[in-house]
Write a protein that binds this ligand. Sequence first.
Ligand code: NAD
Length: 281
Amino acid sequence: MPAILIDGRAVAKDWKEKAAVRAQEWVLKGITPHLAVVLVGEDAASQVYVRNKENACRKAAIRSTVIRLAADCTQQALEQTVRELNADASVHGILVQLPLPKHLDESRVLALIDPDKDVDGFHAMNSGRLMNGQRGFVPCTPLGVMKLLEAYNISVQGKHAVVIGRSNIVGKPMAMLLLGANATVTICHSRTQDLPAITCQADILVAAVGKAGFVTADMVKPGAAVIDVGINRTENGLAGDVAPEVADVAGWLTPVPGGVGQMTIAMLLSNTLDAVQMHGI
Ligand code: NAD
């Protein structure tokens, strides 16, 4: 039987609607939720992502401000922008669109964001909170994956979850969230030996590699939930990290597009409203 396709669009729509209701409640109390996005340079993909974030905010009645800095802006100018946003009481959430141009020090910039406005959850304070099982901002993409698993009643507790990828943005926080939900977690990466032997044991397999069609059917345990985080631009359009034939083996599968990607923005709205709650009370 082919895999159940996880409809990220539908689940994200529910979350966006919930966000719109929450935002409206704040507006009625005289507080307009406000997300500030810092975009440096002209990277085409980043421009699209930022435009999508602006549109989603507009639909949810969340104010968004995009601060555009030139590709050759200095570290000092970028840091000054973040400091001003930290100090601006009307701004609840701050996001610096990544990647930054090569001459800028990404980790220094992320470390400057007020952890209580860090709606992307990339500040070390928030990764530490996640590691310690404390409340904090959780990176939107792995958070969205957890919400998809919940929406489809895919049980995590006691299951073997294998995450391919160990980035700070996806792989590591994904592993922490699955661990927090009582899965037995294995993290695989570019130096992992005999990857298929490990992925074949996964009840839940998360692919966050960035290589189109990387996970093939022979790497998947029959009936597993396969979550495809990858977004790869190919000559045939967007493709995930999971090869299409995996649908014949898996129990559940997230499509690309229409899977995890939809959840990322929905979680950004949700995190922004959590930030308002933190500041507004
Ligand atoms: P990254 O390049 O930072 O990390 C990729 C990871 O894959 C690394 O940890 C690396 O060790 C691992 N890897 C590379 N080759 C491997 C191999 N042969 N075997 C095993 N592991 C290997 O990328 P990232 O930022 O974590 O993003 C991963 C993918 O997810 C990309 O396609 C990205 O576009 C996508 N992404 C999607 C969303 C979304 O909203 N859906 C959000 C963020 C990232």
